[in-house]
Structures are given as structure tokens and as C-alpha cells.
Design a protein around this ligand. Structure first.
Ligand code: FES
Length: 153
């Protein structure tokens, strides 16, 4: 099986029905996507494929032919954070943090398709990413901050 993750090509052996999340975490040692519910309901495992936020627990790794982006590859090589990551830091979004890699990847996918989302756009796009700590108001603020930063305002 071959996967391209964050610009790097990996070749490995795996069962054909292995979920992408398992392949990323257990074989490739890419730990950004988290196991939450295992049923596509919480968003902790969110990655980006073809510009879309995807629940990596729900798709077989063997079905993925496009590049996979995870939070592990979001920052620049020099360590500069992606504007969404920086906004998360500036707004001090995380509480326990478990859901936040998935939240951030979902937010990146949103801003790449809708650079200036309204409150309703944010709520709609982020509704499938659950946070048991209730950080939703800070997530919304961070997305707005990142949108302004990315727009240069
Ligand atoms: Fe704890 Fe979201 S920060 S689940």
C-alpha cells in the first residue's frame, strides 16, 4: 500500500480494510489525528484530503489515492505555525486538547474554501467536531482571528 502524507510517500503492508486512522497512527507513527469515537461522529481523527475535511476512522487506507494532510504537517518547516494554529494559541482555545487537532484541520479546510466565514458558516462547518470541554466560543473566535490574519487585515 502507498500513501502520501504531508508531502512524503510511504509504502507499507496492511490489511486492505484497515482504516486510514489506524494506518496513520499505528503504522506510519503520525499521531496528530486522534481516535475518538471510531464511528465518524466526533471529528477527533479529521484529516484533509482533496481540500475536504475527512474522518480518517471511516475510510479504508487502501481507498486513498490523493495526498493526506494532517496537523503534523501544518506548520512550516522552519517551525512557523500555520495561521490557524497561531490563532488557536492566541485565543488559548484548548482545554484538555484531545479534540483540537481535528478541530484545527476542520477549520483549515473551512478557511481554504470560505476565507471569510460568517458565524453561521463556522457553526455549520464545525458542527461535526465535538469538544467535551466546551471550547466552542474560543474555536469560533480563533477561526475569525485566523481568517483576518490570512486576509491580511
Ligand atoms: Fe477537551 Fe476539546 S479541548 S475535548
Amino acid at each position: 500500500m502507498n500513501l502520501t502524507v504531508n508531502g512524503k510517500v510511504y509504502s507499507f503492508e496492511a490489511e486492505p480494510d484497515m482504516p486510514l486512522l489506524w494506518a496513520l497512527r499505528d503504522i506510519l507513527d503520525i499521531k496528530g489525528p486522534k481516535f475518538g469515537c471510531g464511528a465518524g461522529l466526533c471529528g477527533a481523527c479529521t484529516v484533509i484530503i482533496d481540500g475536504q475535511a475527512v474522518r480518517s476512522c471511516q475510510i479504508p487506507a487502501a481507498d486513498v489515492t490523493s495526498e493526506i494532510r494532517t496537523i503534523d504537517g501544518l506548520a512550516n518547516n522552519d517551525g512557523t505555525l500555520h495561521p490557524v494554529q497561531q490563532a488557536w494559541m492566541d485565543e488559548q482555545v484548548a482545554q484538555c486538547g484531545y479534540c483540537q487537532a481535528g478541530q484545527i484541520m476542520n477549520a483549515v479546510a473551512l478557511l481554504e474554501t470560505n476565507p471569510q466565514p460568517s458565524d453561521a458558516d463556522i457553526d455549520g462547518a464545525m458542527a461535526g467536531n465535538l469538544c467535551r470541554c466546551g471550547t466552542y466560543p474560543r474555536i469560533r473566535a480563533a477561526i475569525k482571528r485566523a481568517a483576518n490574519e490570512m486576509a491580511g487585515t
